[in-house]
Write a protein that binds this ligand. Structure first.
Ligand code: BAL
Ligand code: ZN
Length: 859
């Protein structure tokens, strides 16, 4: 497959101002007639042919200006048509079989309904079209089909006409007044019901809102509808963005590659991000639904009204929209905890990308398959980069920059450079050097030293951006660090400051400190970097107990644990050093457990041990077995040392009744955390308590938490409760996904055997991405099982990739990075991982998706 390069961009020689589509719908046979109005693009080089992209399509007929065209040809999957005039009408007829579409790109069948996914290049699986985001058209769509099978017919924009046809058919015609690229096209036909609501926009436009689901799912749609209303209101208040159609439809689909899709006026969602009630969804599920609904809604401006010129600009809409959804969720749920959660995601998903063979800048320079670039780098690091602009400008000036961007580029297909320029002018920032964040991959490392002499504290900073594939040498980037210097005696500081490290090395002096202060740095995680410093345990214990920046408090706790485990799993610790490290962590943890002023939600964050992935990231070469043993050993020791504190905490929060308010949510979070420590320290006691928690549970958060703990233990209750859970929720796809996941992520020594058995369970299928992820993605994230010394875990994932690739290439390719980490793993396991990658590479029928990921991983 060819390499596509950002620098090769040229505008398309033809404009397609209008497209009319006609669908004669059937699950196994759908006829598509597409009529394009085309005209020469004065801003592009003249061409006497037009290339219409296709993917697996056959043209049944091609006409130009009403006459059959005899001179068209195929170039691979694309249709090439000679065109000599200034403007033409092209009509192409294609036939497709949605039931055979297991890739879930284009038009496909899911549980008896028809739906579409076109981003990034799915539209070309429906009809021949210049399937690139800089070709914007106005869509008119007519669809017809059997009414009993497809009573609901939906498309982008507004329904303008409908009627009955012959033989039990009906039809609907939709028109979307907003020009859009083909990736935002959507169509849904099926037997659906809606939870409907209304929203009045800031200028008084009445908008009809619908959450479309299967009838049995209707009772679980209220949270999604409320989240949508909150999102619409928040975008008006926070960004001045108003909705622009009279209708906003969301449809929930069980078989879906992504989380959701922002098609204009017709968002298509994975059911996972729509359906919730307290009995079947955890607090985390509720939050994720709110966040994803917001994300897709916010795309209406950051993505749809202003779209991307080409797919290299993906972060223009995704990074920005992730930042927008993060700010929204901060306002809904509280800033402190949300910020910690977002950083945890960045560190566990994006850091490994940035330090591995698949590292790429947030604006990549080349790709073979764009689906492989829907990454944590483009999304989450992309959001961090824009967040840094906001930190440097302040919220008001940042808003002015956003306003200018939307105003200047409304209706256009824009670039990251356009966004940066709008920020420079609108927010008054000089971003000349800052542009490096768009072009350089790799997580910068900032080395920190605080020197004290007389009454001056001097902060010495240096930065190093590590080499990444194709980028051996890096330049220094501007790194905005929010800092505070605490007076040790009073526990206070004189105000936070922003220092921007713009050079390889720099120093910053602060006066008025008779005694050496305690440094709190990268507060709020103001820059997506790693901080390297040698700091006394006492300073970290101090910050963990009393930093007034919640993130910094969390970070101090993490730093204490990370430095301890990394040292123990690396060169090893002597008894004295181990005892000192553990004692410091115990002191900090005990203070957090005892802090009555702390809300339980934040307490839940502070007590969470750093993930094994994040710990591995801190080591050049990681031994997963040793890290796992050290992490579990520490957890067990803490569980024993603080047993009575954890038991008392569990007892206290178990008294708090179910509710959606912060205090009750915090109680549920810390309740299971307490069990996790106890399970490591005193498994018998924890098994009893988890069993009791399971039996008393009146909500999924408590029930899943208890079952998660039980699943990792060898106890009679384990089997009992796994059977009970399955029986209770049999038939509920999303909850049965949880059942698969709990067993795949379990700490149980036989987790891998359990996964093998589950793969043969009647409810398991490779055809449903949620189910595949619920078992195998969960397993690939279970360090002790996946990295078992025999290499069986690696073999299992490689077998999965090979089996899944022909069915769903996009989903299969997402499993490659777990094996691609081999260079950062100790040599014995590394060889086994590499061997599996080579076995995959040896297959001669790999998809473009998997081929690209495997070759880069071996490269
Ligand atoms: N645009 C693909 C799904 C999402 O990021 O919203
Ligand atoms: Zn998005």
């Amino acid at each position: 497959p060819p390499l596509i390069r950002r620098e090769d961009y040229t505008p398309f020689p033809w404009l397609v101002p209008q497209i009319a589509l006609e669908f004669e719908l059937g699950i196994e046979h759908t006829l598509v007639t597409s009529t394009l109005t085309v005209a020469r693009n004065a801003k592009a080089q003249r061409s006497d042919t037009i290339r219409l992209n296709g993917d697996g399509l056959t043209a049944l007929s091609v006409t130009v200006d009403g006459e059959p065209a005899g001179d068209w040809s195929m170039d691979g999957d694309d249709l090439i048509l000679p065109l000599h005039g200034e403007a033409h009408a092209i009509k192409v007829v294609t036939a497709i079989d949605p039931s055979a579409n297991s890739q879930l790109m284009g038009l496909y069948a899911s549980s008896g309904m028809l739906c579409t996914q076109c981003e990034a290049e799915g539209f070309r699986r429906i009809t021949f079209f210049p399937d690139r985001p800089d070709v914007l058209s106005t869509y008119t769509v007519r669809m017809s089909g059997p009414k009993a099978e497809f009573p609901i017919l939906l498309c982008n924009g507004n329904r303008v006409a409908e009627g009955e046809g012959e033989g039990g058919t009906h039809w609907a015609e939709w028109h979307d007044p907003w020009p859009k690229p083909s990736y935002l096209f959507a169509l849904v036909a099926g037997d659906l019901v809606a939870n409907s609501g209304r929203f009045t926009t800031m200028s008084g436009r009445e908008v009809e809102l619908n959450i479309w689901v299967r009838a049995e799912d209707l009772p679980r749609t209220e949270h999604a509808l409320e989240s949508l209303k909150k999102s619409m209101q928040w975008d008006e208040q926070a960004f001045g963005r108003e909705y622009d159609l009279d209708l906003f439809n969301i449809v929930a689909v069980s078989d879906f590659n992504m989380g959701a899709m922002e098609n204009k006026g017709l968002n298509v969602f994975n059911t996972k991000y729509v359906l919730a009630d307290p009995d079947t969804a955890t607090d985390a599920d509720f939050d994720a639904i709110e966040g994803v609904i917001a994300h897709e809604y916010f795309h209406n401006w950051s993505g749809n009204r202003v779209t991307c010129r080409d797919w290299f600009q993906l972060s223009l809409k995704e990074g920005f929209t992730v930042l927008r959804d993060q700010l929204f969720s901060q306002d809904m749920q509280g800033e402190a905890v949300k910020r910690i959660e977002d950083v945890r995601i960045l560190r566990s998903a994006q850091f490994p990308e940035d330090s591995g063979p698949l590292a790429h800048p947030i604006r990549p320079d080349s790709f073979r398959e764009i689906s492989n670039f829907y990454t944590a780098t483009v999304y989450n690091k992309g959001a961090e980069v824009i967040r840094m602009m906001r930190t440097m400008a302040g919220p008001e000036r940042f808003r002015a920059g956003c306003d200018l961007y939307f105003e200047r580029h409304d209706g256009e297909a824009a670039t990251c450079e356009d966004f940066i320029r709008a920020m420079e002018e609108g927010a008054g920032l000089d971003l000349e050097q800052f542009r490096l964040w768009y072009s350089q991959a790799g997580t910068p490392k900032v080395t920190v030293r605080l020197e004290h002499s007389g009454d001056t504290a001097t902060l010495h900073l240096s930065q190093q951006v590590p080499p990444t594939p194709g980028q051996p040498d890096k330049q220094a980037m501007p790194i905005p660090l929010r800092i505070a210097l605490f007076d040790r005696a009073t526990g206070k500081h004189e105000g936070e400051q922003l220092v921007v490290l713009g050079k390889a090395e720099d120093s910053f002096a602060f006066t008025g400190f008779a005694e050496p202060p305690v440094l709190s740095i990268n507060r709020g995680y103001s820059a997506p970097v790693t901080i390297e410093r040698t700091v006394p345990h006492a300073d970290l214990v101090f910050l963990a107990a009393q930093d007034d920046d919640s993130f910094a408090r969390y970070e101090a706790m993490q730093e204490l644990v990370v430095s301890h485990i990394v040292a123990a799993a690396g060169d090893g610790l002597d008894d004295a050093a181990r005892a000192a490290g553990r004692a410091a962590i115990r002191t900090a943890l005990a203070a957090i457990l005892a802090d009555a002023a702390l809300d339980d939600s934040m307490r839940g964050e502070l007590v969470m041990l750093p993930s094994q992935t994040y710990l591995s990231e801190q080591m050049l070469i990681a031994d997963p077995g040793r890290i796992h043993a050290e992490r579990e050993g520490l957890k067990a020791w803490l569980g024993r040392e603080l047993e009575s504190e954890f038991v008392a905490l569990h007892l206290r929060v178990s008294e708090i009744p179910y509710g959606l308010e912060q205090a009750a949510r915090g109680a549920r979070k810390i309740k299971t955390q307490a069990l996790v420590y106890l399970a490591a320290g005193n498994p018998d006691l924890a098994a009893q308590m988890a069993k009791a928690q399971y039996e008393a549970a009146d909500n999924m958060t408590d029930r899943q938490g208890a079952l998660m703990v039980l699943t990792g233990l060898d106890s009679a209750a384990r089997t009992d409760k796994l059977i009970d859970f399955y029986r209770r929720y049999q038939g509920n796809e999303l909850v049965i996904d949880k059942w698969f996941t709990l067993q795949a992520i379990s700490l149980h020594p036989h987790a891998i055997e359990h996964v093998r058995v589950l793969a043969g369970h009647p409810d398991f299928t490779l055809r449903n991405p949620n189910r595949v992820r619920s078992l195998y993605m969960a397993f690939a994230g279970n360090p002790h099982a996946f990295h078992g010394e025999s290499g069986e875990g690696y073999r299992m994932i490689a077998d999965l990739i090979l089996a899944l690739d022909p069915i769903n290439a996009q989903t299969a390719a997402r499993f490659v990075p777990s094996l691609g980490r081999w260079r950062r793993i100790e040599p014995v396991r590394a060889a086994l991982m590499r061997q599996e990658l080579e076995r995959i590479a040896a297959s001669d029928r790999l998809s473009r998706d998997t081929f690209e990921q495997v070759t880069r991983s071996l490269g």
